[in-house]
Write a protein that binds this ligand. Structure first.
Ligand code: SF4
Length: 267
């Protein structure tokens, strides 16, 4: 069993794992930017124990793979992977696939079967399944982090997720906010970190195809018609007119000029 880069693995296992993986140009590019984001936002400190959320989608497999690589500047840490099954698939195909992957790679992991997805789509909650779903899933992840002694939780949200969330919160929530690369919660007892904060979604997807992760399709009935899909399509349309639009929006979040925002009326 291991956690962090190669903690606890015997030498031959380390070598076989290293040779199995190809450090392609894309891998090195993603790792470089992941490390930069981790350092820029002080996401990981020496001795941290990180719970890594793995849904079975491309992004989360990529996060686990990259965080399990030898890094130059990021301090040593240990990790546990976690998957919360939402209960959509009665055959548990994705669940079993993921469990096999964790075992084959000797990743310490926690897998939990829940009915969070079904509950969130029940008659009493038809209007906003995502809200309840995210809330319940997150609550359980916090509990598991506590049970496993983790002080950080890593999610695979990338640069495009951060941009889309900004727009979703403006369009539907009437506020200017988004996901933070490093967010302190419970008075600093726990941190949510997003090591992919600088990474573009299309490159992560490309990397996932390159690595041939056993990805599973999201079985959630709301996954195809969410506000996020709408905003993503809108950005794709805008990008045809301005190829830099996503990068510009991301950069704009670091150039906020409160003096040029109306804010609240004085009276
Ligand atoms: S799309 Fe489905 S799985 Fe994702 S948050 Fe919404 S309800 Fe939950």
């Amino acid at each position: 069993m291991k956690g962090g880069y190669f903690y606890g693995l015997c030498k031959s296992a380390q070598i076989s794992k290293m040779t199995m993986r190809k450090n392609t140009k894309l891998f090195l590019h993603l790792k470089k930017w992941l490390e930069k984001a981790v350092l820029d936002y002080s996401m990981i400190a020496e001795g941290d124990r990180v719970l890594i959320g793995v849904s079975g989608g491309a992004d989360s497999y990529a996060l686990l793979d990259l965080l399990d690589s030898q890094m130059i500047f990021v301090p040593r840490f240990s990790f546990v992977a976690v998957n919360i099954d939402m209960g959509f698939d009665k055959e548990f195909v994705a669940y079993r696939e993921l469990e096999k992957y964790f075992q084959e790679h000797q990743y310490p992991h926690v897998m939990e079967k829940t009915d969070i997805g079904l509950l969130s789509h029940s008659d009493f909650n038809r209007k906003n399944p995502c809200f309840l779903c995210s809330r319940l899933r997150r609550k359980r992840i916090f509990e598991i982090a506590d049970e496993k002694g983790c002080n950080k939780i890593a999610f695979a949200h990338h640069r495009d997720d951060i941009i889309e969330t900004l727009l979703i919160n403006m369009f539907y929530g009437r506020e200017i906010s988004t996901m933070m690369p490093n967010q302190s919660i419970f008075g600093g007892k726990l941190h949510i970190i997003r090591p992919f904060a600088y990474l573009r979604e299309e490159l992560i997807k490309k990397f996932s195809r390159e690595r041939q992760f056993p990805m599973v399709k999201n079985a959630c009935p709301s996954s195809e018609n969410s506000k996020r899909i709408f905003v993503k399509q809108l950005l794709n349309d805008l990008q045809r007119h301005n190829p830099d639009i996503r990068q510009n929006i991301f950069k704009a979040m670091s150039h906020v000029k409160p003096d040029y925002l109306p804010g609240l009326p004085k009276k």
